[in-house]
Design a protein around this ligand. Structure first.
Ligand SMILES: NC(=O)c1ccc[n+]([C@@H]2O[C@H](COP(=O)([O-])OP(=O)(O)OC[C@H]3O[C@@H](n4cnc5c(N)ncnc54)[C@H](OP(=O)(O)O)[C@@H]3O)[C@@H](O)[C@H]2O)c1
Length: 256
């Protein structure tokens, strides 16, 4: 049996790049997203590397259980879970449709939590000498501060960071790594999907390749929180010093 990484949101952006890195490191892949065609492109690019595709909309309640059941039906066991699927919505809380914001919470928070709960026992039980096992959760620098005009998105990422750091403590006596990747603005489809293409955030982005590389290396080294890029690290540090009211104003400025 080979180590296997299950990666959500592998059809594009950071998740696609993380999939390439985990495959290069010798993990078989199980990839999840809605766009089956793009997952097939990834499988083709990996040219014979074992890749199992699970097309699934994670905004549907119960989707995590569907993914888990499918993995078990196929007789597979995972070593690493990468909870990367996620999206943002740009607009005031009052004006954005509630249903869309609930779907965002379902993907960014509920699916991530449920997948972690379902797969953690087998990750804990995995026995591979010198091959890291654990969970890599993708949050954001948005996790560090309140985000007016993307209020629910920022709050969802604060949840991901808080949840993951709590698990680090709960699992400290085990060999399970829990890492949280907190990217800043990254050049992916994220801004288009969030209808945030005209915000100041898009002016200084990192490439998804370099963000994924930081996340992958951070996970392999067992780092609890990974913030890629000096500017994002500075921002994360500054957000700890600022009063929350000022941090919210700063986030409002860059997101407008
Ligand atoms: N780009 C940034 O500036 C940035 C900054 C900080 C954090 N992040 C976080 O990084 C992660 C990856 O985003 P990205 O930047 O790579 O954006 P992206 O290119 O838009 O990729 C998002 C991925 O999530 C999947 N996804 C979205 N909704 C889904 C759903 N309902 N069910 C299943 N999969 C779904 C998408 O696949 P399908 O559309 O095929 O379903 C896609 O593979 C997200 O969690 C995001 O919040 C991004």
């Amino acid at each position: 049996m080979k180590p296997t990484a299950l990666i959500t949101g592998a059809s594009g952006g950071i998740g696609y790049e993380l999939s390439l890195l985990f495959s290069k490191a010798g993990y078989d892949l199980i990839v999840v997203a809605r766009s089956e065609d793009k997952l097939l492109e990834l499988k083709n690019e990996l040219n014979g590397h074992p890749v199992t595709i699970i097309p699934q909309d994670l905004s549907e309640p119960g989707a995590a259980q569907v993914v888990f059941d499918k993995v078990k039906e196929l007789g597979l066991t995972i070593t690493v879970l990468v909870n990367n699927a996620g999206f943002g919505l740009n607009g005031s809380f009052e004006e954005l449709p509630l249903l869309d914001q609930q779907k965002m919470l379902q993907v960014n928070v509920n699916a991530l939590t449920e997948l972690t709960h379902l797969f953690l026992p087998e990750i804990k039980a995995a026995r591979f000498r010198s091959i890291p096992k654990g969970v890599l959760n993708v949050a954001s620098t948005a996790a560090f501060l309140p985000g007016p005009k993307m209020a629910v998105y920022y709050a969802s990422k604060a949840y991901v960071l808080s949840f993951s750091e709590a698990l680090v403590e709960e699992l400290k006596e085990t060999s399970v790594t829990i890492s949280t990747l907190c990217p800043g603005a990254t050049d992916t489809n994220f801004f288009k999907a969030a209808q945030a293409e005209n915000t100041k955030l898009v002016k200084q982005t990192m490439s998804p390749e370099s963000v994924a590389k930081s996340g992958f290396l951070g996970f392999v080294k067992g780092k609890r929180v990974v913030v890629p890029g000096a500017m994002n690290q500075g921002m994360a540090y500054a957000s700890k010093l600022l009063p929350r009211s000022l941090a919210a104003k700063a986030a409002h400025y860059v997101d407008s």
